[in-house]
Design a protein around this ligand. Sequence first.
Ligand code: RB5
Length: 150
Amino acid sequence: MKVGFGCDHAAVELKNALLEHLKERGYECVDFGSYAPEDKVDYPVIGQKVGEALVAGEIDKGVLVCGTGIGISISANKVPGVRAAVCSEPYSAKLTAMHNDANIIAMGARVVGVELAKMIVDSFFDAEFEGGRHQRRVDLIKDIEAKYSK
Ligand code: RB5
């Protein structure tokens, strides 16, 4: 599986740590930046970049981090086909994969520590979408998206 990583200047360290962590676990990792905390970058630019790579099929899943995880996930979610979920603990990360078929996990570097963030991504990547009644609900989300994508 190919995983795309993105962050703004507030979360470069956490992004790098998570990328190394998933690389060690055998995932193919693609870094969409930002690359240095001193280079200020607006999180919507990176959120859009990773979101577009995902819907284009260049990556299978994404990991996004900014100060809170909120701005970058809102931005990615504007790309039709993206379901980015901000999580601060492993339970929600597991459930968003199982129930929402989330394709991007987002976190806040100013909210979670590195070790907790690793547990969060592990829960996300170890879980599988359950389908069934959850597929119907994801399809309803897609209907909303289609309605406003015209
Ligand atoms: C940048 O200072 C900060 O606003 C950003 O990283 C993020 O927290 C936005 O949601």
